[in-house]
Design a protein around this ligand. Structure first.
Ligand SMILES: Cc1cc2nc3c(=O)[nH]c(=O)nc-3n(C[C@H](O)[C@H](O)[C@H](O)COP(=O)(O)OP(=O)(O)OC[C@H]3O[C@@H](n4cnc5c(N)ncnc54)[C@H](O)[C@@H]3O)c2cc1C
Length: 426
């Protein structure tokens, strides 16, 4: 029998742990030919399939949307060095494809109420040592899809997962259209509203920050390679404004004020009114996408249950400060693939279970550290204490004589540089 979101069968011990079958030490814990089922073909699911294939594990991806779907907008622009390294380890040449298409900005500038407080231009990195790359998520996914197919993963489009059954020997997943798929494990990368997470009854803890941001993508292949953060932009009612280049254009991101509403600030008409106050008027003819988003900070109470591992936004949601959303999801994907490969190879069920619970502990702890880093950035961007605002104002005033004050204003908007998790930065 299959579960809908209300159904998941897990063999449990009396104390709530996942039961492991009685086996002779020689017998493998799962049939080695069974694939791993990856639910969701977003960037995290595709990365998981690439990682699994690089370990020689068969991977079947089940994606609710059709093959020709068009996902909107820039969303996660920034692919960090750590993610590039992981993706390259899974699919040699993939990092080069991403960096070949994406852009690297060489100049970072910070303004405070219209006055420059920080500017730094870096030498262009060698082609094979890009510190990051910036491209629209739709483009990143295009490269990941190609790599996934080349690696031999099977992708079923139009396969919306509606339920799953987990038992000591494997997993079975049902789709809305009546198909079933069997596998050794599931990587649930089905996004923020994860069906798999709900089916397992795993709850999310955390909250939502006040306020919202509006982002506008603009096509401009000649946009200068400069990332600009403007505190209290004088032409936009003292709202913070950031402009970030991506391959083929740039994004304008506005931290909206407490009195703003999405209905009044984020509509195409509203954007056409305020956009020329922060960028040249000619850009009005090249708007690609407008969106608004709120800052969620939630983390799943468990990242793994038996043979099911949650990854990416199925497991955690962070504000995009420091680009921790997709990048930490890619780290989850590779860690999940590693854990499953160890579990599949283990001849001892206790070791297999330990690999999965190790994933749970390591990636939940990484999520908590990312969350703490984001909270630090938010406390800077949306100060709740007068002394934070006073420090920022003082730092801006003194930045021309004490450059490190300008550097502090530049860096603090993204949170601490490293979250020092054992398995990597994210
Ligand atoms: C409007 C918006 C703006 C954003 N801006 C930024 C940003 O500026 N910076 C940043 O870092 N991040 C941003 N993000 C977040 C970023 O897009 C996510 O971090 C990233 O997409 C997470 O990847 P994922 O693979 O975990 O989930 P998703 O990309 O959501 O992928 C989940 C996949 O699972 C599929 N799926 C869902 N349910 C099922 C099911 N039942 N069965 C089968 N398949 C299913 C979905 O169709 C989808 O393909 C933004 C997101 C949005 C929506």
């Amino acid at each position: 029998m299959f579960l809908s979101t209300a159904f998941a069968t897990l063999a449990r011990t009396k104390n709530g742990g996942v039961a492991t079958p009685e086996r002779s030490p020689e017998s493998p814990v799962v049939p080695v030919l069974a694939p791993v089922l990856v639910v969701g073909a977003g960037p995290v699911g595709l990365s998981a399939a690439i990682a699994l294939r690089s370990l020689g594990v068969p991977a079947v991806v089940l994606e609710a949307d059709g093959q020709n779907r068009e996902r909107p907008g820039s969303r996660a622009l920034f692919v960090h060095r750590e993610s590039l390294r992981l993706l390259e380890s899974g699919a040699p040449g993939l990092a080069g494809e991403l960096t070949g298409f994406g852009v690297v900005w060489h100049t970072k500038r910070t303004l405070y109420r219209g006055r420059e407080v920080f500017a730094k231009t870096y030498p262009a990195p060698p082609a094979d040592a890009a510190p990051f790359t910036s491209l629209r998520q739709v483009d990143t996914e295009r490269f990941l899809r190609k790599a996934c197919e080349q690696a031999g993963a099977t992708v079923h489009w139009g396969a919306r997962v509606s339920g799953l059954r987990v038992d000591p020997d494997g997993v079975e997943v049902a789709t809305e259209d009546g198909r079933t798929f069997a596998g050794s494990h599931v990587i649930a990368a089905d996004g923020a509203r994860s069906t798999v997470r709900r089916a397992l009854g795993i709850t999310m803890s955390g909250g939502r920050s006040a306020g919202f941001h509006t982002t506008v993508d603009i096509a401009d292949p000649d946009f200068p390679m400069e990332r600009l953060f403007h505190y209290h932009h004088p032409a936009l009612g003292s709202r913070h404004v950031m402009t970030v280049p991506f391959a083929g254009g740039f994004q304008v991101d506005v931290q909206c004020a407490p009195q703003d509403t999405e209905a009044r600030f984020s509509t195409p008409e509203a954007v056409r009114e305020w956009l020329p106050r922060v960028v040249e008027r000619r850009h009005l003819d090249h708007i690609l996408w407008i969106s608004s988003y709120r800052f969620n900070q939630v983390i799943a109470d468990r990242f793994a249950e038996g043979r099911v591992l949650l990854a990416g936004e199925a497991a955690h949601l962070f504000p995009p400060l420091g680009a921790r959303g997709m990048n930490s999801g890619i780290a989850d994907a590779f860690a999940a693939a590693d854990a499953i490969a160890i579990a599949r190879g283990a001849h001892n069920p206790v070791r297999a279970a330990a690999a999965i619970s190790g994933y749970d502990a390591a990636r939940r702890s990484a999520a908590q550290r990312n969350n703490a880093a984001v909270s630090q950035a938010l406390a800077h961007l949306r100060p709740r204490h007068w002394h934070t605002t006073a420090r920022q104002r003082a730092a801006a005033a003194l930045s021309s004589v004490v450059p490190r004050f300008g550097a502090w204003l530049e860096n603090a908007t993204y949170g601490p540089k490293t979250t020092s998790v054992r398995s990597g930065r994210y």
